[in-house]
Design a protein around this ligand. Structure first.
Ligand SMILES: *Cc1c(COP(=O)(O)O)cnc(C)c1O
Length: 355
């Protein structure tokens, strides 16, 4: 039976990515060696990093004055690298979920954190809209897509401070105006590659403005100056990321992906809103196109376990909601085909008919 991969992360990758990566595990670039066992300093691998960097810039229209680096440590390490490199006295954070909260907790270790708004009181089911960013904040940090709660900011905010975003679960899903940002970071395991590499897009002239000493590995400058080769980079995830980036380009780029994502998400939201058994958990205007959260309607609550088992028996994998929300979450990342969304809708309709 065909399996449909709705996992939230690590998550679905294109067949193109998996096949090419598997081939390189056996023979990398005609070297006769596996990508798992060659030096990262070999010219064939340096070419991989160069091409991946160039493709990130091309696909996202990264303007001059920005660098793209590939880092280890996951998005979680960025939660501390950001304040280490950018926070002298005060920063502003928008609290929209678990990851946003983890990010601001790290910042509190370095300086004053102004939580400009929070939706914690409503279990992060919406994105706060009316907030004021203090003028003396050195930067404003937000999480563009809240993977766990299924809310998304599909726009690039206008702010007077520096702008920093965690885009781990929606980078490459829509066009971004990079010029508004000083730093964007994203762990790869949601929309790009297997776990192990994090992309950072950094405005060069935003660096070097804090007075504290920064450990070498935690300084963005180190990785920019050494072209992501200061230490051994995550070789295999970077290779897989390059395959995904090539696939994105072949498909027609980010605008094409954005259209596909909107179409897939609307298909599923329409079914959630129509089907008597289910309801969405995120505020309608803030619904994510990447992580679609839903629960059983109150009068059908007792059917939750039965639906979970039924969906699984039909090949739907990874639709269990995060424990802090409950219910279900279907992640509809770039690589998820429309057919999988349709298959889930069919399962929801079949289950509705039986009840
Ligand atoms: C998954 C995720 C993270 C954490 O990524 P790690 O690579 O596990 O550190 C951070 N932010 C967001 C938005 C995520 O979805």
């Amino acid at each position: 039976m065909k399996k449909h991969n709705f996992f939230a992360g690590p998550s679905i990758l294109s067949e193109y990515t998996i096949k090419n990566t598997a081939a390189a595990v056996l023979d990398f670039a005609g070297t006769g060696l596996s990508i798992l066992e060659i030096s990262h300093r070999e010219k064939e691998f340096i070419a991989v990093v160069d091409e991946a960097r160039a493709l990130v810039k091309e696909l996202l229209n990264v303007p001059a004055g920005y660098d793209v680096v590939f880092l280890g440590g996951g998005a979680s390490l960025q939660f501390c690298m950001v304040p280490f490199n950018f926070l002298e006295k005060k920063a502003a954070y928008l609290q929209t979920g678990t990851w946003a909260t983890k990010a601001l907790k790290e910042a509190q270790l370095f300086g004053e954190v102004d939580i400009v708004a929070s939706s914690k009181d409503a279990n992060y089911s919406y994105i706060p809209k009316d907030y004021v960013i203090p003028e003396d904040a050195e930067y404003f940090h937000f999480c563009s897509n809240n993977t766990i709660f299924g809310t998304q900011m599909r726009f690039d905010p206008d702010v007077k401070t520096r702008l920093i975003a965690d885009m781990s679960s929606d980078i490459f899903s829509r066009p971004i105006d990079i010029s508004k940002y000083d730093l964007i970071y994203a762990g790869a395991q949601k929309n790009l590659a297997p776990a192990g590499v994090t992309i950072a897009i950094v405005r060069e002239d935003a660096l070097g403005r804090v007075t504290r000493k920064i450990p070498t590995m935690l300084n963005y400058k180190t990785h920019i100056e050494n072209e992501s080769m200061f230490n051994t980079p995550p070789v295999l995830p970077i290779y897989a990321a390059l395959q995904t980036l090539k696939w994105y380009k072949q498909l027609g780029g980010i605008e094409v992906l954005a259209k596909m994502n909107e179409e897939k998400a609307m298909m599923l939201y329409n079914e959630i809103d129509r089907n008597k058994l289910f309801k969405g958990t995120a505020a309608v205007e803030d619904r994510s196109y990447m992580n679609i959260c839903f629960v059983m309607n109150d009068e059908y609550k007792e059917l939750e376990a039965e639906f979970a088992a039924f969906a699984k028996s039909k090949g739907m994998l990874g639709i269990k909601g995060h424990r802090s929300v409950g219910g279900f979450r279907a992640s509809t990342y770039n690589a998820l085909p429309k057919e999988s969304v349709q298959a889930l809708i069919d399962v929801m309709q079949e289950f509705e008919k039986a009840h």
